[in-house]
Write a protein that binds this ligand. Structure first.
Ligand code: FES
Ligand code: FES
Length: 224
């Protein structure tokens, strides 16, 4: 590669990635994870994407660079109401653990969205709390593994019966993902369960135990 080409590549790298903040990264990751519609925005050219944000979102977006640094949000967590003043870069995982003291959302992959151990249920859907900005959670209804256990949901007993854990580090992420599946699909097949849990990793290798545990919880819910 010629010196000129090297310099051009260097310049593109700096321009394209060097200035991205953690907040911008989290928001882009959220867009990509959000699905193909949002993904199309993520793949638009930088100028186009910036224009879309500027024209439609900034005025009412509490997480935008133009907003005040501290945002006030209210949310419901495991049935309790909370109000917080949050900094723009805080993740939902950080808020749940450091401000509320809920330790079930874990951090195995360092907040890279790769392990599923930080999964919580937000407005009925499983989300990676490490990649969800706290400032975007105003009005959200959140469930964590603590709330699921407190409500005596059958998934807890089923996981115990089937020994679906060893060290237990990944278990809250599996339990929240499984509970969200059962909420939206009370009669899942084994394939549905495997599909739903595909984003959750377990370093102890307990994968075989999860489908029967979730299917048994589904049966228990039907008898209720
Ligand atoms: S800590 Fe969130 S996916 Fe790994
Ligand atoms: S039970 Fe140990 S990581 Fe899953």
């Amino acid at each position: 590669m010629s010196e000129k080409e090297k310099k051009t590549n260097e310049g593109e790298r700096k321009e394209g990635f060097g200035h991205i903040s953690r907040r911008e990264f989290l928001r882009d990751a959220g867009l990509v994870i959000g699905g193909s519609t949002m993904g199309s925005i993520a793949f638009a050219s930088e100028t186009e994407a910036q224009q879309q944000v500027k024209e439609s979102d900034v005025a009412k977006d509490p997480c935008s660079e133009e907003s005040a640094d501290i945002t006030t949000i209210e949310l419901t967590v495991n049935g309790g109401k909370y109000g917080f003043r949050v900094e723009p870069h805080w993740s939902l995982r950080q808020l749940l653990r450091d401000e509320i003291g809920l330790t079930s959302p874990k951090d195995w992959c360092g907040g890279h969205g790769a392990c599923g151990s930080c999964t919580v249920i937000m407005n009925g859907r499983p989300v990676l709390s490490c990649l969800t900005l706290a400032c975007e959670c105003d009005g959200a209804i959140i469930e964590t593994a603590e709330g699921i256990a407190k409500a005596k949901h059958p998934i807890i007993q089923s996981y115990i019966k089937w020994n679906a854990f060893q060290c237990g580090y990944c278990t809250p992420g599996f339990v929240t993902t499984a509970k969200a599946l059962l909420d939206r699909n009370p009669d899942p097949t084994e394939a549905d369960v495997r599909d739903a849990l595909a984003g959750n990793l377990c370093r102890c290798g307990t994968y075989q135990q999860h489908p029967p545990a979730v299917l048994e919880a589904a049966e228990a819910l039907k008898r209720k």
